[in-house]
Design a protein around this ligand. Sequence first.
Ligand code: ASP
Ligand code: MG
Length: 411
Amino acid sequence: MALVVQKYGGTSVGSLERMERVAERAIAASRAGDQVVMIVSAMAGETNRLLGLASQVTPLPDARELDVLASTGEQVSAALVALTVQKLGHPARSLLGSQIRIRTDGAFTKARILEIEGTKLLDTVANGKIAVVAGFQGVDDAGDINTLGRGGSDTTAVAIAAAIRADVCEIYTDVDGVYTTDPNICRKARKIDRISYEEMLELASLGAKVLQIRSVEVAMKYGVPIHVRSSFSDRPGTIVAGEEGLEKVVVTGIAYDKSEGKVQLINVPDKPGVVATVFGMLADQNVSVDMIIQSPSREGGHTTDVTFTVPKQDLARTKESIERCAREIGGAAIEYDMDIVKVSIVGLGMRSHAGVASRMFRILAEEGINIQAISTSEIKVSCVIASKYTELAVRALHTGFGLDRDDLELE
Ligand code: ASP
Ligand code: MG
């Protein structure tokens, strides 16, 4: 007998028929002797629809009211799924965030969970009843509804699993697991059987959008094993867990991210304090800079070039402060390039293997791809290249690091 959390995403509860399938799955687990807590998202498209209505009313809707509105999507799903389970002959009960006291910090639309009182939930499932919890929502100390940020039902599920010490947190979605890279651009991508929290965090933040990043942080903190799998099949998916028992392959996955743009400050005076001024101004504007490179200017003399990347969505703020900054420090010209992509290789094995970065550079060089910026961490190497080479780079790296699946039937 196990205590199991099953989270179903929007597509898995996207219609009444689909709700029946997830209800059947939960009932099967319950009949096999498990205690089952279901967490549900809003039906596919519903959150967007609700937020769209709000922005039709006013361009800058009040965040408190947005949360009252957006949280209804999950309330609808929870009630309908509980009714479906009951219809199939099994006891079930829906529960809202406020009813199981998911206490949040009051930050409307992006709240964090402070505490969950697990007792009500455990009482509900103690006698075989299935609890159906509305994801994405909590309640703050003022009694207001808070939502947890887009994709937040994943975090509800993991936090509940931690609070009730569930044996596993299953995340059911419309893909069958986490892949070595984006299967849309590399058909040799393979499903990963097991991945560590650290690797998943790097891949998630780089664009493998299977799990809300925060849910992986919570899972890592409390040691909750996550099983990402498809609600449309019975095949095992990907286990996201601690490092123990992981075969340490050098590279686990290849990610790419087109969300950043490159800014180059050319002919900046090479003297103490200049770089501090540039990045101080950006920090004041709340722009989070990712990669930074400083190199001597081509013209020589006492000038240097400073290159860095920022989220494209911060570009307007970046332009404003960087242009002001260039006037202040004098001499600098500015160039922007939005047609870039950051390609990254991620793997725990890099800690113990030398030469991984140079292998990446060689693979890109052999494809004639120029590297514009590089950054490394313990388990990741990232290169900025021209975005038109995204597919080529990802495929070459996928093959070069031995990630291609071998069962591929080439037509
Ligand atoms: N319904 C919310 C969203 O679409 C939360 C979730 O599905 O995880 O972002
Ligand atoms: Mg999701």
